[in-house]
Design a protein around this ligand. Structure first.
Ligand SMILES: [Zn+2]
Length: 242
């Protein structure tokens, strides 16, 4: 493992996820601290989460605009105002060349120093943590980081037709794992993380015990990292992309 970049070296961060609300469960507390520090954070959401939720009376066609609006409101809670929705169908994402090109395009547009995306690996300890869409998005995002976005000969049309120059993302953060090596103390931003999650009203508006669930999760992470009692934390596997 290389040396982790200090936040003072980071100007822009791109967060890629499969569904609206993914980022708020895994990383919103950390993102609030980044935007507090003046770092520009952008979100790229691959699907509109149109297979999510439990309300069968809600016409499915109404779900995408609703979930985009909820994610936009959630982002605002943690200081994020640049959101890019790719509109892939929920539940059917594959790590195709088309998705790699779409993600390489966003990377070249945003030019992030650090990128956050889901792990492409299956988590046998907690199966629902790695939905197939998450794994596909993680795999395509890592391929877009290396080699696609930095290689001028990958998807040459991005440069020829859209004027998008190659870009090297220096560091990738995978929320959770599979082998977490860094922990962020989010005790101070936990309230904003909770507010961001509550903005996803169609998904978790009725969820009983959301705060207790989150506190339990984030305090276990903090305890494992040896933080003082009462601390809350989010864990990541930080990868040097060089
Ligand atoms: Zn998800």
């Amino acid at each position: 493992m290389g040396v982790m970049l200090d936040d003072s070296e980071i100007r822009r961060i791109l967060v890629i996820n499969a569904h609206p609300d993914d980022v708020d469960f895994t990383a919103a507390g950390t993102i609030a601290l980044w935007t507090d520090a003046g770092i520009e954070v952008s979100y790229c959401i691959v699907t509109d989460g149109d297979a999510g939720g439990h309300d069968e009376s809600l016409p499915r066609a109404e779900v995408p605009p609703l979930r985009r609006a909820e994610q936009t409101a959630a982002a605002k809670q943690v200081g994020v105002h640049d959101l890019r929705f790719l509109g892939y169908p929920d539940g059917q994402v594959e790590a195709t060349l088309a998705l790699r090109r779409d993600l390489a395009r966003v990377i070249r547009q945003v030019r992030p120093d650090r990128l956050v995306c889901p792990s492409p690996e299956r988590n046998y300890a907690r199966l629902p943590a790695n939905h197939p869409d998450h794994r596909a998005v993680g795999s395509a995002a890592l391929d877009a980081v290396y080699p696609d976005a930095r290689n001028p000969f990958a998807f040459p049309e991005l440069r020829a037709e859209e004027g998008l120059e190659p870009w090297t993302v220096r560091e990738v953060w995978l929320p959770g794992g599979p082998a977490p090596n860094h922990c962020v103390d989010i005790t101070a931003s936990f309230g904003r993380k909770l507010a961001a999650l509550r903005a996803h009203e169609s998904q978790i508006g009725q969820m009983e015990g959301l705060e207790e669930f989150l506190r339990g999760w984030n305090s276990r992470v903090a305890a494992q990292a040896g933080l003082p009692d009462g601390s809350l934390a989010e864990a990541f596997q930080v990868i040097d992309t060089a």
